[in-house]
Write a protein that binds this ligand. Structure first.
Ligand code: FE2
Ligand code: FE2
Length: 185
């Protein structure tokens, strides 16, 4: 379809869509780096396979947002090099607390991301559910995947991690800041 890009961009609220795709791409990029950091520490432990399974889904999420950036002509956030390092450090750091620490990190991050996706779904529904059908479908699917990662974390004793609630609050503050910044720059 030679005109697919033009058709995609036709009549969309470009600033809104730019912001959504840029921040989601940043988030999925960061998620990949978090799981990479966790695997570097816990890859050979009993938690390895379950972390790898979640990471594989994040790879699909990131691939999809890479495609969407091209289709909607959105540039990535300038903060990617920072999320590259920060994501890995968060993943590896939480994993150094042990399997439960890694799972606590997963619960905190995935809860933030699924809330964030829910708020985007509301925004797009208010904008035009028909026009943004494809995007809505993708975000709903990913929201469900992130919810599942969150539940996997809880099933694997996230709440038994050292200083669980402090850790969760701190990580979620970081997520909020990352979302705020990645939407804007
Ligand atoms: Fe994801
Ligand atoms: Fe996830």
């Amino acid at each position: 379809r030679p005109c697919s890009t033009r058709a995609t961009l036709e009549g969309i609220n470009k600033p809104v869509i730019d912001r959504i795709i840029r921040v989601d791409h940043a988030g999925e990029y960061g998620a990949n780096r978090i799981y990479a950091g966790q695997m570097a520490v816990l890859g050979r432990s009993s938690a390895g396979p379950i972390i790898q399974q979640m990471w594989n889904q994040e790879k699909d999420h990131l691939k999809k947002f890479n495609e969407l950036m091209v289709a909607y002509r959105v540039r990535p956030t300038v903060l990617l090099p920072f999320w590259n390092v920060a994501g890995f450090v968060l993943g590896a750091g939480s994993a150094l607390l042990g399997k439960k620490g890694a799972m606590a990190c997963t619960v905190a991050v995935e809860e933030s991301i699924s809330d964030h996706y829910n708020s985007q779904i509301r925004t797009l529904m208010e904008e035009d559910p028909e026009k943004y059908k494809e995007l809505l479908q993708i975000i709903k699917q990913f929201r469900d995947d992130e919810r599942e990662h969150h539940d996997i974390g809880l099933e694997h004793d996230a709440e038994a991690a050292p200083a669980y609630s402090v850790l969760k609050t701190a990580i979620q503050l970081g997520c909020k800041a990352a979302i705020f910044l990645s939407e804007r720059i």
